[in-house]
Design a protein around this ligand. Structure first.
Ligand code: SF4
Length: 326
């Protein structure tokens, strides 16, 4: 491991000052420490933010939900407000990682986690994300788990988070604190597609700290849920996944929020699927017709063509479960 200095901060301003000087924030450490051991990450300074007051889950004035960046995955998953208002978030968290990791990892860290592309973690392989300009070993290597949506000629890695898929579906906002004060970003703008700078993964400015993630209010009842398809049933990343939330009133779908995971370089919102659902009555044929749009624009690689059909089936299955016609 590369040598580093360590400092622990006790308030957010102190944290931002340290972050502005180049320090890397660390909380649960479940991604960063692994990457430091493998020398993929070599920060000079770690800024321990676990003492900051960012651990609250609260209903907002408008009836949405704000989840502090330092709320642990297990705490968020079990929180009564999360379970009642947005089961899709609880389910996505509970299908993530392992119980031990969920007890350590935080919401802020989860959405910051880095790809599981094996070439990224192998420091002998070419990887534009780890070493800009070095190439992408996955493009012509073994790319079964890689992205079919949102990729570029420079990187085809998927974003690994499950809960980020739920946040994308629900159109959450990420609240930030930086040297210039507070700001917030739509979730869709927070995570960046690779383009020709795959090493840049978030729209964060130097020193900015995630303080919370806010989920907007929706008309009630909002039925929601998450499904994850993977090679084994525990401690595995998604081949495909789907987060679905539906508001049905008088037998008609009034709100539809849908996103997919395991297929995009970022959590992949599915507006064509959403448009197909709104104003319609739930039915088996509707789920199938809407899900048929899930892979619009997909560009599969040599080893992951199966994801195109699997994605459609995953979305259809979750629409059926959440929509109540299973
Ligand atoms: Fe690196 Fe991205 Fe290529 Fe993987 S897909 S080797 S992370 S550049």
């Amino acid at each position: 491991m590369h040598p580093f200095s360590y400092t622990k901060v006790s308030d957010t301003r102190e944290a931002v000052t340290a972050g502005s000087r180049g320090g890397r924030y660390i909380a649960g450490g479940t991604t960063l420490v692994d990457l430091m051991r493998e020398t993929v990450e070599r920060p000079e300074t770690l800024v321990d933010i676990t003492g900051l007051p960012l651990r609250e889950v609260a209903v907002t004035e408008r009836g949405g939900l704000r989840i502090g960046a330092l709320v642990r995955m297990a705490e968020a998953a079990a929180h009564p407000k999360v379970r009642v208002l947005y089961p899709v978030i609880s389910e996505a968290l509970e299908l993530s990682a392992s119980a031990q990791l969920r007890n350590m990892a935080t919401i802020g860290g989860n959405i910051m986690q880095r790809t599981r592309c094996t070439y990224f973690r192998d420091v002998t392989a070419d990887c534009n994300k780890r070493e800009p300009g070095s190439g992408c070993a996955a493009l012509h290597g073994f790319n079964r788990s890689h992205a079919i949506l949102g990729a570029s000629d420079h990187c085809v890695a998927t974003h690994p988070s499950d809960v980020a898929v739920a946040f994308a579906a629900l159109e959450a906002r990420v609240h930030l604190l930086g040297p210039d004060g507070e700001r917030s970003l739509p979730f869709a703008d927070f995570l960046l597609r690779p383009g020709n700078t795959p090493d840049r993964e978030q729209s964060l400015r130097q020193g900015e700290l995630i303080t919370s993630v806010e989920i907007p209010a929706y008309p009630r009842p909002l039925r929601s849920g998450y499904v994850k398809v993977r090679d084994r049933q525990s401690y595995e990343f998604a081949l495909t996944s789907a987060a679905v939330a539906l508001h049905v009133r008088r037998g008609v779908i009034r709100e539809a929020k849908v996103a997919a995971g395991g297929v995009g370089t970022v959590p992949w919102k599915l507006p064509a699927v959403e448009r197909h659902l709104i104003g319609e009555r739930p039915s088996e044929s509707l789920w199938a017709a809407a899900a048929a749009r899930a892979a619009d624009g997909a560009r599969p690689l040599q080893h992951n063509q199966f994801k195109v059909e699997l994605l459609k089936r995953t979305v259809e299955r979750q629409l059926r479960i959440v929509g109540g016609t299973k």
